[in-house]
Design a protein around this ligand. Structure first.
Ligand SMILES: O=C(CO)[C@@H](O)[C@H](O)COP(=O)(O)O
Length: 232
């Protein structure tokens, strides 16, 4: 079942290792088949060296029940599912503990847009979620997704234009139209987190003109986007 998606999700998980975004098993990638309402995700606690495409676990989008697979799905599965249920245009989700993005998450700070690299991929600051309340702890993984969705709703952030978030005291989640794009955004998020850290070390008052943010974002994603299009 879903052999092609399993292979893609498996390769996307290995790409986390290739891009130095994970140590041990501290990360996970999933992909969704929207028509079938099924999500394919990495198994929990299996080393990337030993993992095979056939180890990927298939879960039901609505119930979270395992539909196929001998191993437990990633412990972060309820978070991935909550994102798929609330962000209908996404096709892949990534979670890592990459160093710089996690440092901003642990500090409880948004990563502000202070460079064109950031603005090319994230229209707004990469937001950091609010604290979870005590009653949310019982369903911690599900509510990790809830605090992400709440943050985007409360601050009116477009999840397509800003495809990532920092979960406070935890780490980054990113998404995209498929698993590959979600990994790509995880790489960019880590890089802009690192560059922002260095920029604020050099100049704690670093800012960026919002007009430059708009220019760069729209050059890649606006109605007249140029980047990657056929020559007119
Ligand atoms: O957030 C965490 C740990 O804090 C997780 O990302 C796990 O480290 C990965 O777990 P599995 O995907 O192997 O269950």
């Amino acid at each position: 079942m879903l052999e092609e998606l399993k292979e893609k999700v498996f390769q996307a998980n290995l790409d986390l290792v290739k891009h130095n975004l994970v140590l041990f098993t501290w990360g996970n990638v999933s992909g969704i088949d929207r028509e079938k309402g099924l999500v394919v995700i990495k198994p929990s606690g299996v080393s990337y060296d030993d993992m095979k495409a056939s180890d990927m676990v298939v879960v039901d989008l609505q119930t979270g029940k395992v539909v196929e697979g001998d191993l437990n799905p990633s412990s972060d599965t309820p978070t991935h599912l909550e994102l798929y249920r609330n962000f209908p245009e996404i096709g892949g989700v990534v979670h890592t503990h990459s160093t710089y993005a996690t440092a901003w998450a642990q500090a409880g700070l948004d990563i502000p847009s202070i460079g064109t690299t950031h603005a090319d991929y994230f229209h707004d600051a990469i937001p950091c979620t609010d604290d979870m309340t005590a009653d949310m702890m019982a369903e911690y993984e599900l509510n990790t997704g809830v605090v992400i969705v709440n943050k985007f709703k409360k601050d009116n952030i477009n999840y397509v234009h800003t495809p990532g978030v920092l979960v406070k005291n935890h780490g980054p989640f990113t998404w995209g139209k498929n698993a590959d794009e979600a990994v790509y955004h995880a790489v960019v998020a880590e890089q802009v987190a690192k560059m922002a850290f260095v920029s604020f070390t050099v100049n704690p008052n670093t800012t960026m003109n919002p007009l430059l943010v708009e220019k760069h974002f729209n050059r890649k994603h606006g109605p007249n986007a140029y980047y990657g299009q056929k020559k007119k």
